[in-house]
Design a protein around this ligand. Structure first.
Ligand code: SF4
Length: 234
């Protein structure tokens, strides 16, 4: 039975032909969402936390080899494998197509992270800490998560809610481009595009029909709400 959606179904399009691998999206996400620092020892323990990461692949051998980049974040799947395995219903699908994580419900079993084929869910092994001089840079619109729970990309749901409230105050629908998650706003070549795919005049709707478009690991049937556009090879 397909999910029924409200006025909005949030979708992100990632144009791999534009991505330069600069990682501005990663830093913007880290700052917006109060993600704790990844120190060297955490890297060595394979316990880094990044809600969006940029994977790098080499094509060819040195010195002719070329690097390809692919940003990976929660795919907000319509048939999300993480959802049915959560024993306490901490992760679920909302009527706007978002895969929502309810932090106070999470008991840290990590079944969801093990069932996610994209490896985009992260367990808080440590109580997050920042140097005291950084405390004032924390985003008051986003909770600081505590040790022992799973967290992941929310498509910057706080910005989606702000955009909806602004549109409501002004007595109108949300316009295309009104809402930008932090990664979308920070991307210098505009490789990331966000919008409501139910709006047939939106950029994401048009780009999702492009012949370069594909879904990551589509054969698994997860039906993601993140659409990739293939790199153009010459
Ligand atoms: S900011 Fe844009 S160009 Fe830079 S790595 Fe992220 S998606 Fe790619």
């Amino acid at each position: 039975m397909p999910e029924q959606y409200s006025l909005y179904k949030w979708t992100m399009v990632i144009d791999l032909d534009r991505c330069t691998g600069c990682q501005a999206c990663v830093v913007a996400c880290q700052a917006e969402n109060n993600i704790s620092f990844n120190t060297e020892d955490r890297f060595h323990q394979h316990r880094v936390m990044e809600w969006i990461r940029v994977e790098r692949y080499w094509d060819g051998e040195f010195p002719q080899g070329r690097a390809h980049f692919i940003p990976i974040l929660c795919q907000h799947c319509n048939n999300a494998p993480c959802e049915p395995v959560c024993p306490v219903y901490a992760t679920h699908h909302n009527e706007e197509g978002l895969n929502v994580q309810t932090y106070p419900r999470c008991i840290g079993t990590r079944f969801c992270a093990n069932n996610c084929p994209y490896q985009v869910r992260f367990f808080n092994f440590w109580q997050p800490q920042w140097p005291s001089r950084m405390h004032n840079q924390l985003n008051p619109n986003v909770t600081v998560r505590y040790r022992g729970i799973i967290e992941k990309c929310s498509f910057c749901v706080q910005r989606i809610n702000q955009g909806k409230r602004r549109a409501q105050r002004e007595g109108r629908q949300i316009r295309d481009g009104d809402i930008m998650p932090a990664c979308v706003q920070a991307c210098p070549p505009s490789a990331l595009i966000f919008g409501n795919i139910k709006d047939t005049a939106s950029r994401v709707y048009r780009l999702a029909q492009d012949k370069r478009s594909y879904r990551l690991l589509a054969d698994l049937g997860t039906d993601p709400n993140v659409v990739y556009l293939k790199k153009v090879e010459y």
